[in-house]
Design a protein around this ligand. Structure first.
Ligand code: MG
Length: 386
């Protein structure tokens, strides 16, 4: 029987790679529905190629354009409610969630509550509400299948292992484009420089997060929730080549690593075919040509966002939700050239410090913390001058 797949964020980098895999493994998968944020042109093309039963667009202004340009058999959904209905109303085995930001949380919960496993690329679901998401997945007996390359690596290292034998998880980080840059010149980093990542080709938001290392901070929090390991046993290691995608150290001193060229098709395909492996499309031949692997400890002065994320997990409750919302606001302000690169962590820290943390939050508390942080950022942080 074919696995039935829904892809959220189908016009983004992860979504497009997921479609390549569905296309490459036609006998394994059936694409049931897809949804995009606002790229209606690519979405129409995808619908006409893959002919899903349903399609959604988050930006409601494109609803008419979409329905007029696809086969009438395809059910069209729009807006946040529409995307949520698309997830709930289709029968499927796996939802690939590659929505950007906290907007991915409710669709993750919709997938879980309607009995679908989640191939999770939207790490913000776990950053904002990891405890709730993991508890719901357990309650509904569905799996959270990591798509992030690091978490896929950790997961693959842990297959067949007893989690109680884990000593440390070693989360690798490329260090981003500014690893070797003098920290005194960080203030003058431009949007264009920050968008030029050395190893990975990704969307704008995650590329900026990779330059500040907030992405690694989020992955630190994500690792905690996915594998149930406390923060003090998750070690972050800078590894500029992005060949070792992460490692697990066991109690007996053995360390397992998962390696490969940096290509998201590998972790995406593994999440979709798990527990099996199928023939892939990635060419690893260049891997050993001149392979040099370097590792170094991250400098928290150089990467204050990493420090903020480590602190937020320590505090937990609604703190990581506020961290995430403030980060989304700061990254957008940086992309619009309203704030400097070095102001990103400063403004996030100010927002987090002013938040009254709720310790054992329910869903509404997480959503309220997210709203509060965005309002605070808009009204206090930016208006009063940085
Ligand atoms: Mg990653």
């Amino acid at each position: 029987m074919k696995k039935r797949i829904i892809i959220l964020g189908s016009t983004g980098s992860i979504g497009k790679n997921a479609l390549k895999i569905v296309n490459h493994l036609k006998d394994e998968f059936e694409l049931v529905a897809i949804a995009a944020n606002s790229n209606v042109k690519d979405l129409i093309e995808q619908i006409n190629t893959f002919k899903p039963e349903g399609a959604g667009i988050f930006d409601e202004r494109h609803h008419k354009n979409l329905s007029e340009n696809v086969n009438s058999k395809c059910r069209i959904f729009s807006g946040q409610r529409g995307i949520r209905a698309l997830v709930r109303e289709h029968e499927a085995d796996i939802v690939v969630n590659s929505i950007v930001g906290a907007a991915g949380l409710l669709p993750t919960l919709d997938s879980i509550e309607s009995g679908k496993s989640v191939a999770l690329a939207n790490k913000e679901s776990l950053v904002v509400a990891g405890k709730l998401v993991m508890a719901e997945a357990k309650k509904n007996n569905v799996e959270i299948l990591p798509v992030d390359s690091e978490h896929s690596a950790i997961w693959q290292c842990l297959i067949g292992e007893n989690y109680s034998n884990i000593k440390n998880i070693i989360l690798t980080a490329s260090g981003g484009p500014f690893l070797k840059r003098n920290i005194d010149t960080y203030e003058s980093i431009t949007v264009e420089e920050a968008l030029d990542h050395p190893n990975w080709d990704m969307g704008n938001k995650i590329t900026i997060d990779s330059a500040t290392l907030m992405n690694k901070g989020f992955e630190f929090i994500e690792t905690h929730w996915l594998f149930g390991i406390p923060g003090d046993r998750i070690k972050i290691m800078i590894h500029p080549q992005s060949i070792v995608h992460s490692m697990v150290e066991f109690n007996d001193g053995s360390i397992k690593a998962q390696i490969g060229i940096p290509d998201m098709r590998i972790p995406i395909q593994f999440a979709l075919t798990y527990p099996e492996r199928k023939k892939g499309t990635v060419d690893n031949r260049s891997l050993f040509n001149s392979m040099q692997l370097e590792f170094e400890q991250p400098d928290l002065e150089q990467y204050p966002c990493l420090r903020l994320a480590i602190q937020a997990l320590k505090v937990s409750g609604t703190a990581p939700a506020v961290l995430n919302a403030a980060n989304e606001m700061a990254v957008n302000a940086f992309l619009r050239k309203e704030i400097k690169f070095t102001e990103i962590p400063v403004l996030i820290e100010r927002t987090v410090k002013n938040h009254d943390v709720i310790d054992d939050p329910i869903l509404e508390d997480y959503l309220e913390a997210d709203r509060w942080a965005r309002d605070y950022f808009k009204n206090e942080v930016v208006r009063n001058g940085n």
